[in-house]
Design a protein around this ligand. Structure first.
Ligand SMILES: Nc1ncnc2c1ncn2[C@@H]1O[C@H](COP(=O)(O)OP(=O)(O)OP(=O)(O)O)[C@@H](O)[C@H]1O
Length: 271
């Protein structure tokens, strides 16, 4: 069954149309890469699917029921949303920030850091380990590097053990090791049954780790939606981004590097 679906979404922002009939769905076991140029509406679509923005037209269904028919608490337990550039502005320890991710499960806690159950503590520890932030546990989150903080914010979402994860550029700002680690984690979560949608700008990460790609074009529509390799070979990605891609393969996996803007001469920029 489709776990989360956005159907025929229309949305205006700042007085102009951003999404013009976009649709996207995800089932358990899928890791869907949402790609497209800056401003195409990827974050807007994700926030609509998370129930944080109301579209001008179209609908969002969770388990085939309108998202609005689920209570806030039900949504919070099932839908994990990592917004673009998610951050924490309070001087809390890493462990406390991650613990906040358990709030949707806090049946009558006296406070956010008291009365956690063994299940809460296990989920917090697992999320921290998966995001490689266990060693940072006692550190003030405001004193971490940007990339460390990004991993803590992902751990906070995973601590809630959602069965749908919407992650907006979780690899942005991470070093190559942690980019791979985060993408391997998302792919593994999907293989374990989670429904994952991840916004990405790195096409090689998207090709390698996603089971499907959804390409939004600048006019706010879905230009293509399907398995990564045929999508890449079809040329639509290059057309929508306006770039030539340097394509290759390694160990049976494809990669694609932005090589040349299509509005530049074939030899590239003048020296
Ligand atoms: N609060 C807002 N008010 C006005 N316009 C907005 C607002 N939020 C987003 N927009 C506009 O909506 C369009 C889509 O923005 P969105 O953030 O969804 O794009 P995106 O595809 O995620 O881009 P990026 O790849 O740069 O993150 C952009 O043109 C943006 O300027």
């Amino acid at each position: 069954m489709t776990r989360l679906a956005a159907l025929d979404i229309h949305m205006r922002r700042g007085g102009r149309p951003v999404l013009t009939g976009a649709g996207l769905s995800v089932t358990g076991g899928e890791c869907v890469g949402l790609i497209g140029p800056n401003g195409a509406g990827k974050s807007t679509l994700l926030s609509i699917m998370a129930g944080l923005a109301t579209p001008d037209g179209g609908s969002v269904l969770m388990d085939d029921q309108p998202l609005g028919s689920w209570t806030r608490a039900q949504r919070a337990r099932r839908l994990g949303f990592l917004e673009q550039g998610a951050d924490c502005h309070w001087p809390l320890s890493v462990e406390r920030v991650v613990t906040l991710g358990r709030l949707p499960h806090a049946n009558g806690w006296a406070g956010p850091w008291s009365g956690e159950t063994a299940a809460d503590r296990a989920a917090i520890a697992r999320a921290m380990e998966r995001c490689d932030v266990t060693a940072l546990s006692g550190r003030n989150v405001l004193k971490l590097s940007g990339g460390e903080r990004a991993r803590v914010m992902l751990a906070r979402v995973l601590a809630g053990e959602p069965d749908i994860l919407l992650a907006d550029e979780p690899a942005a700002g991470l070093d190559p090791y942690h980019q791979l680690q985060v993408m391997e984690l998302l792919a593994a979560l999907a293989r374990g049954g989670m429904a994952v949608i991840v916004v990405l700008h790195d096409l090689s990460l998207a090709l390698r780790h996603c089971t499907r790609l959804c390409l939004l074009s600048a006019d706010g529509r879905v230009a293509a939606d399907g398995p990564p390799v045929p999508l890449l070979n079809g040329g639509i990605i290059e057309q929508v981004y306006g770039v030539e891609l340097l394509r290759g393969g390694h160990q049976g996996m494809p990669y694609a590097l932005p090589w040349r803007r299509l509005d530049m001469p074939a030899g590239g920029p003048a020296p």
